[in-house]
Design a protein around this ligand. Structure first.
Ligand code: 0GY
Length: 300
């Protein structure tokens, strides 16, 4: 019996996802996924805002293989706070097929940063979603940004669309490549152009160091499964506008899903709807993530 009890309103990940119809190009990267625990081995952080199910690296690798992907980017989830051991353990067991995005505190030493780099960490995550974390003040985040910039790392930011005006100037002051999670969580009941989403598109258009994950139809959709049709125009617009600065990922094991359990195979079938040509799919799934996470392997 685990000492951690998953939140009662949580749904676990799909036990038997379908095989996708869409076949990803060779070398495809799932650029946004997580590992949770196992809690008895890698305890969840005392300051966490939710307690998840266990979701192990081996289950993640099995899903990767089933979906036809080759690599993963494991993003530190808030339930582990700044204790990156579960994520790093996954990287170290991946035969070089996974990179990581960490959560760090200002007190981290240069030696600890170097060890993380050695393990495959290539970015840090700044999370501003209030239901998930108490965000650090801007000056603390700015000093973390200065620390990681010389390593060639990037910053992943997660925020709600309605908070973008408040954060805009801080975001554009960041000195590295910046990757936005889930298109900045648009309200998909609004218009793709001429409404709130314009500010996100301006951020992407005016700042060539900004990238976006065109991820998480399952958490953005008001319509819901199986098609998540209301998210498609938003993701398609971002892919079309910034084809060289987009990433895609499953978001397995789907933290905080309370309405339905996404079928990861069906999520893969979302890809050709948002990146309709083979050229766009190659950029989204292979060229872009390889440039960001495995640049040393480009051109081989
Ligand atoms: C996501 C989304 C969520 C959670 C986390 O780190 C996390 O806890 O990322 C969410 O609840 O929206 O990107 O996986």
């Amino acid at each position: 019996m685990s000492k951690f009890q998953m939140d009662a309103d949580w749904l676990t990940f799909h036990p038997s996802p379908s095989n996708p119809n869409f076949v990803p190009p060779a070398g495809a990267v799932d650029a946004h996924c997580h590992v949770f625990g196992p809690g008895d081995l890698f305890p969840f952080a005392p300051e966490r805002k939710y307690t998840p199910c266990d979701a192990s690296k081996d289950q993640l690798w099995a899903l990767r293989d089933q979906l036809g992907f080759s690599r993963n980017v494991v993003v530190q989830a808030t339930c582990h706070g700044a204790d990156n051991r579960a994520m790093i353990d996954a990287l170290q067991s991946s035969n070089g097929l996974a990179r990581g995005v960490a959560t760090i505190k200002g007190s981290i030493t240069d030696e600890e940063l170097a060890a993380m780099h050695q393990a495959g960490v290539r970015g840090v995550r700044f999370n501003f979603v209030k239901r998930l974390v108490d965000a650090l003040p801007f000056d603390s985040l700015a000093s973390i940004a200065e620390r990681i910039a010389p390593l060639g790392w990037h910053i992943v930011i997660y925020f709600e669309a309605q908070d973008l005006p408040e954060y805009y100037n801080f975001f554009t002051s960041l000195p590295t490549t910046v990757v936005v999670d889930h298109m900045g969580r648009p309200d998909v009941s609004g218009p793709v152009t001429g409404g709130e989403f314009d500010l996100f598109m301006k951020l992407m258009g005016d700042n060539q160091n900004f990238w976006s994950k065109v991820t998480c139809p399952e958490r953005l959709s008001l319509e819901g499964p199986p098609h998540y049709s209301d998210v498609i125009p938003f993701a398609r617009h971002v892919v079309k506008s910034c084809p060289d600065r987009v990433l895609w990922g499953t978001d397995w094991p789907h933290p905080n899903m309370k309405t339905h359990t996404p079928d990861d195979g069906k999520l893969v079938d979302f890809i050709p709807l948002i990146a309709p040509t083979a050229e766009l799919q190659q950029k989204l799934l292979v060229d872009n993530p390889m440039r960001l996470y495995w640049p040393e392997q480009m051109g081989n």
